[in-house]
Design a protein around this ligand. Structure first.
Ligand SMILES: Nc1ncnc2c1ncn2[C@@H]1O[C@H](COP(=O)(O)OP(=O)(O)OP(=O)(O)O)[C@@H](O)[C@H]1O
Ligand SMILES: [Mg+2]
Length: 394
């Protein structure tokens, strides 16, 4: 049992009699407790002092009720464990509060022993939760530091191999060149993984800085895709770049979009067998025709999305091993990798698509996947387009 004298408990009840008896009882048990009779007083105290570890919160109170106090506490990221006290007729609300993050609830009138046990459990859960979060933070910081420190030597390795590959240190034959190419590709894969990890963290901390500029979408996407011709040929895969003529302008961060396409193409190369085909397509779609696309219902559509006059539809299609329908949504979650056999060593960390989603969403766009298992996959991106001109109408 945790030492009661270490914790402060806040009792919030508009019926002072109940509160006073509860306070006497808790103080008798060695706790240090305070009593307030309204939700607003409770918020004041909890915002001012971080000493409280448990709040016994009445649901029905005039003014700020218990449900609202709980919501506000969650909004400000408070660590305090909340036990709701429900009177007759508020049990359903209490159950809803549990879903909204309350630790527990107790119905009035209650037996003090029962209350004591619930407080004990709430305190234990709270300290375990805090400890788990601390360990997770430590682990994350360590991984981030390690990743960051690994990037510089890796970049140096790539540079050195490149000098040998270029023949600057003496002639090399085609086979040697090919091996050096593979070594560079593998190092670049690790650098991409590190970049994904570091950038996801920056996004989460609100520190990711975008350098947004306007680009000719067709030209930019074509150029990025062309860079993958060699690795595709190396793996015996045909890469088709199918860019519809026209001039569309998109406002994006070029290096972030380059990495998004790089991640998608990297996946297609990884999950497509020799002899397969990867197609990168880009076309412009008028805003009133996006309803013809199969945008999944689980995507949250940015506000005013449909008001855009034009969109760029960018897609990476491959004839690889595909994805099961029920896995199409979760692959965009961090560290998600499907367990289906790929026919080759999968590698990776399950971060590429999570990074893509964060970037595309920050451009007010959408990304999703369509697939037929064992046949093909297609990753589709819709980006609002600031300008479009074409001699042919769409
Ligand atoms: N083109 C694809 N074909 C089949 N499965 C895919 C394809 N792209 C992604 N997936 C599935 O989605 C998972 C998540 O992809 P994601 O890019 O996030 O991670 P990863 O490629 O495994 O690792 P990382 O990108 O961090 O190197 C993959 O592990 C794979 O199971
Ligand atoms: Mg990937």
């Amino acid at each position: 049992m945790l030492d009661p004298s270490l914790d402060r408990i806040l009792i919030v009840d508009d019926e002072p009699e109940i509160g006073r008896v509860l306070k006497l009882f808790l103080d008798d048990e060695g706790y240090s407790s305070s009593l307030v009779t309204s939700g607003s007083e409770a918020m004041d105290m909890l915002e001012k002092s971080k000493d409280y570890t448990v709040v016994l919160l009445d649901i029905k109170m005039p003014g700020l009720d218990g449900v609202t106090v709980l919501k506000r506490l969650k909004e400000i990221g408070s660590d305090v464990a909340v036990i709701m006290m429900s009177g007759h007729g508020s049990e359903e609300m209490a159950v809803q509060c549990m879903r909204d993050g309350a630790e527990d609830y107790i119905s009035k009138p209650f037996v003090f022993e029962d209350m004591l046990q619930r407080i004990e459990r709430a305190r234990t859960n709270r300290s375990e939760r805090i400890e788990k979060r601390r360990l997770q933070q430590e682990k994350d910081d360590f991984i981030l530091m390690l990743s960051h420190d690994m990037k510089n030597p890796l970049t140096a390795v790539i540079g050195s191999i490149d000098i040998i590959r270029e023949g600057c240190l003496g002639p090399i034959n085609e086979e040697q060149k090919d091996y050096l190419h593979s070594a560079i590709d593998s190092c670049r894969e690790v650098v991409t993984m590190i970049d994904n990890l570091l950038d996801i963290r920056k996004f989460e901390a609100g520190k990711f800085q975008m350098a947004i500029n306007t680009f000719n979408a067709q030209e930019l996407i074509g150029k990025i895709a062309e860079q993958f011709t060699r690795p595709a040929r190396h793996d015996g895969i045909e890469l088709i770049v199918d860019i519809e003529p026209g001039t569309s302008e998109i406002a994006i961060d070029k290096s972030a979009l380059t990495r998004v396409i790089g991640n998608l193409l990297g996946n297609s190369l990884k999950f497509t067998h020799e002899g397969g085909t990867i197609t990168v397509s880009c076309r412009c779609i008028p805003g009133d025709r996006i309803t013809e696309l199969k945008i999944p219902s689980y995507l949250s559509i940015p506000p005013d999305f449909q008001k855009n006059n034009y969109f760029i539809r960018l897609s990476v299609h491959d004839t690889g091993n595909g994805i099961e329908p029920d896995e199409l949504e979760c692959i965009f979650d961090r560290f998600t990798q499907l367990t289906r056999k790929t026919g080759r060593e999968q590698g990776g960390a399950g971060l590429g698509l999570a990074y893509c989603k964060l970037v595309i969403n920050s451009f007010h766009g959408l990304i999703w996947a369509e697939s037929e298992a064992d046949q093909w996959s297609e990753f589709i991106i819709l980006l609002p387009c600031c300008y479009f001109s074409s001699s042919d109408s769409i």
